[in-house]
Design a protein around this ligand. Structure first.
Ligand code: R5P
Length: 343
């Protein structure tokens, strides 16, 4: 004779062994194209976050389908998008409201995918009474309810320490080094250039990958968004110089760096960076510089009117592999053979 406890549920009481998690991908307005590429590679339809902007500028979101129980990847670089009429601050706010809505809608895990982590340069007090805004953004994302962050080439690796939640810090290095090997190596003897002392470790790694020597520039910032390059440490004479940076914003650093290496006798100069923000007069500044070519990835959408010297590569494959690994709880460092902790 079978017995049943009084009040016991007639429904199964164990989680089915083959529990199927659901992966869902959505994006805010700063990263729609990149998100579409990632979703297509994963064979997942993009979930519509139902974003709106009210006439007073407030942003709103309501997911257009149930996300209950899903691992939701929200792809949103916190940068502006001119075509969408979006500022960097709008993009951040949009990301926060999407996270909040996802938590409230009972997603299983909410993963913020911010290929470009805005405010990352405000990572310490460089002068009294300054904010540490990169830390503030981390707190805001965690307060909104993210379970983890997936990002690419942070301005400083230490930014991971602003988060209590796990951070998957990926790098576009393989895409950029492959470009140098395939497209620039034939131009002559290469020298990889670090535009400032802070990037030497990354530059050394980059130089090893493309089997070239490296040199270093002495950079000063007399004021915010003003870059002055003093001199070159290393040999650039007669060489094809490749400046490697993480960010191109106003283009001031690169224009000054390119002029310095040409003055020091480099035959040609190129620049590569993960994040191409190109704010203000960056296009003009760079078009009038001695740079023969500039390569960035699509962590930030390229504004209209880019000069022909700018080329955009995609980092969709790296992010797709990372999203897949996070979803299946596999190792993300295997994507880079353990070499994603670069700096
Ligand atoms: C600075 O430390 C960064 O690595 C970049 O060099 C900088 O953000 C580039 O800014 P801009 O293009 O405005 O000179």
């Amino acid at each position: 004779m079978s017995t049943m406890e009084v009040g016991a549920s007639p429904l199964p009481t164990t989680v089915p062994f083959a529990y199927d998690k659901r992966m869902m991908i959505t994006s805010g307005r700063s990263s729609r194209e990149l998100a579409a590429k990632i979703a297509a590679k994963l064979g997942v339809a993009l979930t519509d976050p139902g974003l709106k902007k009210f006439s007073d500028g407030e942003v709103y979101c309501r997911f257009q389908e149930s996300i209950r129980g899903a691992d939701l990847f929200i792809i949103q670089s916190t940068c502006g998008n001119e075509r969408e009429g979006l500022t960097a601050n709008d993009a951040l706010m949009e990301l926060l409201v999407m996270v909040d809505a996802a938590v409230g809608a009972s997603a299983h895990r909410v993963i913020a995918v911010t290929p470009w982590y805005g405010y990352s340069r405000q990572d310490k007090k460089s002068a009294p009474r300054e904010p540490i805004t990169a830390r503030l953004v981390a707190k805001m994302l965690e307060t909104a309810g993210i379970d983890r962050l997936l990002t690419l080439d942070l301005h400083a690796g230490q930014l991971q320490g602003f988060f209590q939640k796990p951070v998957d810090h990926m790098t576009a290095l393989p895409v950029l080094t492959q470009y140098v090997k395939d497209q620039l190596a034939a131009d002559g003897d290469l020298v990889i250039i670090s535009p400032d002392a802070g990037r030497v470790k990354l530059t050394r790694k980059f130089a090893q990958k493309v089997e070239a020597p490296y040199a270093l520039l002495e950079k000063e910032r007399p004021a915010q968004q003003v870059a002055e390059i003093g001199y070159v440490i290393g040999d650039v004479k007669g060489k094809v110089a490749v400046i490697v940076d993480d960010i191109i914003d106003t283009g001031g650093t690169l224009a000054a760096a390119a002029q310095t290496v040409i003055d020091e006798g480099a035959k040609k100069v190129y620049a590569l960076a993960t994040h191409g923000i190109f704010s203000g007069n960056a296009f003009e500044t760079l078009a009038n510089s001695p740079l023969s070519g500039i390569v960035v990835t699509d962590t930030v959408p390229l504004r209209e009117g880019a000069p022909d010297i700018i080329r955009q590569l995609t980092c969709a494959d790296i992010l797709t592999d990372s999203v897949r690994a996070i979803f299946t709880d596999d190792s993300v460092s295997e994507i880079f053979a353990g070499e994603n902790q670069l700096f």
